[in-house]
Design a binder for this molecule. Structure first.
Ligand SMILES: [Zn+2]
Length: 128
């Protein structure tokens, strides 16, 4: 049984986000980039997260929560809207849990921008 991709348990990691994480090719859409960034959070791939952050909004450093108690529960992409002008929006819900506390629901509307043919994460809003 191949390792399942963190972003989609029904697809093998090697056929989903791994080629993006290894830089073998660029994300074909903002949604694919968003999924690969979720997987990178799950796998603790800090360099990938920084490399796919738009230079205008990229933090100088990124501290990932590497607590062994943190467990990502899954990703649900709600909406992907590509405006066709190099900008796109992806709305998603990610769930995680820390220890035995109740699961936390992270609902974000992320903005992406394409620069020289590559998608980058710009920023996100958290709808209530
Ligand atoms: Zn994936």
């Amino acid at each position: 049984m191949p390792q399942a991709c963190p972003c989609n348990p029904s697809i093998a990691y090697a056929a989903c986000c791994q080629p993006l994480h290894e830089g073998r090719f660029a994300a074909a859409s903002a949604e694919a980039l968003m999924r690969s960034r979720y997987s990178a959070y799950v796998l603790g791939l800090r360099d990938y997260l920084l490399a796919t952050w738009h230079p205008d909004t990229r933090p100088a450093a990124l501290d990932l929560d590497d607590s062994p108690d943190l467990r990502w529960l899954g990703l649900d992409v709600k909406r992907h809207a590509d405006a066709g002008d190099g900008s796109a929006v992806v709305e998603f819900v990610a769930r995680y849990k820390v220890g035995s506390t109740p699961a936390v629901r992270l609902h974000e509307v992320s903005r992406f921008a394409r620069v020289d043919g590559r998608w980058y994460y710009l920023d996100g809003e958290f709808p209530v």
